[in-house]
Design a protein around this ligand. Structure first.
Ligand SMILES: Nc1ncnc2c1ncn2[C@@H]1O[C@H](COP(=O)(O)OP(=O)(O)OP(=O)(O)O)[C@@H](O)[C@H]1O
Length: 231
């Protein structure tokens, strides 16, 4: 689905990670792991052209960039935005309609179903500023469900989220994958990576490892997770 040819993620000509070559296959489920500041978020942005690489090429194997559902880190979001849960979730249906037209009956059903699936039906009309962190994240997952995009990018989706909600959202991610969506997720929780993600892309300051989780994860764990990797 996405092929990287010696892609160096970075800003204004400054590399933040080593060159990467490889392929994110359609229908795959990959965790992007590595210590803080190793360029994981920058890589996700590079994959969908929100950030140009310092060098190298991002190639979409079917020609055009696939439709993307993108969940940035919580810190990058405006929690004070004056909107209800329903408003935010219904934004997920924009690609299927004009921004100026109202929601079709089918869209409204889909939005209501997604809100129910994440357990927020009773809060659908609440302003988003009244939600807890976990409820807010459930709402954003409902929007992802409505988007139903072939490519789903998640940047640390469980930061600050309790174990129960994390398990619930992880189940949703697995269902999205089983329904055929390609999932690429930045994660810091190695246990979740090991249990749920068949493939891992490990970013280190000087080297990267990309492949089956059973092969790649032990290299990270044996480095103490936070240490610089050796080749
Ligand atoms: N807009 C920007 N302009 C310039 N440098 C940036 C920008 N955003 C991030 N950086 C720098 O790029 C490097 C990689 O940042 P990035 O957020 O991609 O790392 P990360 O692996 O996702 O980190 P974390 O695990 O802490 O979220 C950091 O040194 C960061 O300071």
């Amino acid at each position: 689905m996405i092929e990287l040819e010696r892609v160096v993620p970075g800003y204004q000509g400054r590399a933040v990670a080593p060159a990467l070559s490889g392929t994110f296959h359609a229908g795959g489920m990959t965790a992007v792991i590595g210590a803080n500041g190793t360029g994981k978020s920058t890589l996700l942005k590079t994959l969908i052209r929100l950030q140009a690489p310092v060098s190298g090429k991002v190639i979409y194997t079917r020609g055009a960039m696939p439709r993307v559902a993108w969940l940035p880190q919580l810190a990058e979001m405006d929690r004070q935005f004056p909107a209800t849960v329903y408003d935010v979730v219904s934004m997920g249906s924009w690609p299927a309609r004009s921004i100026f037209s109202g929601l079709t009956h089918r869209c409204r059903l889909r939005v209501a179903e997604a809100i129910e699936r994440v357990g927020l039906s009773a809060m659908a009309k609440q302003p988003i500023e009244t939600l807890s962190g976990g409820q807010y994240q459930r709402m954003l997952f409902a929007r992802l469900l409505v988007q139903n995009a072939p490519l789903v990018l998640l940047d640390e989706p469980f930061t600050g989220i309790d174990v129960q909600t994390t398990n619930f959202l992880m189940t949703l991610i697995r269902q999205m994958h089983e329904e055929g969506q390609t999932i690429i997720t930045v994660l810091h929780d190695n246990e979740l990576v090991e249990r749920f993600f068949p493939d891992v892309l490990l970013l280190g300051p000087e080297t990267t490892h990309w492949g089956a989780t059973s092969q790649v994860l032990p290299r990270y764990q044996s480095s103490g997770s936070h240490l610089a990797l050796s080749a």
